[in-house]
Design a protein around this ligand. Structure first.
Ligand SMILES: [Zn+2]
Length: 208
């Protein structure tokens, strides 16, 4: 009986650490925790999510006439048009200012060299070397590719005073900006994975 209580206590302890530590600890602890059999289940879920995302991305690029990684001209497309084009999950975050759950998005712990584009219109937003390991569970960046890659709006919803970050080309909601990021900017662009599109590549998009 004592052994069971100790095991449960240890599990709660590790889960607490996993929830607030860096992403590396989380992965490591997560795997340690799940060695009893949940590990493979988690991997399967991740694979399914990735497959679904790939299907969605292909679908999105084929059906979305506004998507371009070269055209940076401003778009003025009404929601009544976006709702016909975007997958519902993307529309909910991008056009209705939804927020995906922490630690569930496809890019919260992504590493690798490349560029993050707006999943709605293809606008280049962030380079991978502007991404940092944040404990918040959403992909976080300390700087944008170009000054006008994004635009900002005051957001007083939910009784909070926050700065909303929107795509500079299509005005889609991407996430929020906070002042607790790392040097050199001290900023944290806390983004939703579902509205980002990561393209792996040695040559990152340059906008400066
Ligand atoms: Zn956009």
């Amino acid at each position: 009986m004592k052994k069971v209580i100790i095991l449960i206590t240890l599990n709660i302890f590790f889960m607490a650490i996993a929830g607030c530590n860096s992403k590396n600890s989380l992965t490591k602890d997560g795997f340690t925790l799940n060695d009893s059999g949940n590990k493979s289940t988690g991997q399967n879920i991740n694979q399914n999510i990735n497959q679904n995302n790939n299907i969605m991305d292909d679908h999105q690029k084929k059906e979305n006439p506004y998507y371009s990684r070269t055209d940076i001209s401003k778009l003025d497309v009404p929601d009544s048009e976006w709702i016909k084009i975007l997958p519902p999950e993307v529309y909910e975050v991008a056009r209705e200012k939804g927020t995906e759950r922490a630690f569930t998005g496809k890019y919260w712990n992504t590493e690798g060299i490349g560029t993050y584009y707006c999943a709605v219109c293809g606008n280049a937003l962030f380079r991978s070397d502007e991404k940092f390991a944040s404990a918040c569970g959403w992909p976080s960046f300390f700087e944008t590719i170009r000054k006008n890659s994004v635009i900002y709006k005051e957001d007083n919803s939910y009784g909070m005073n926050r700065t909303e970050v929107l795509c500079g080309r299509c005005d889609s909601h991407l996430g929020h900006l906070f002042d607790d990021g790392p040097p050199p900017t001290g900023k944290r662009y806390c983004m939703n994975s579902i509205v980002l599109d990561f393209e792996i590549g040695d040559k990152q998009e340059s906008g400066k």
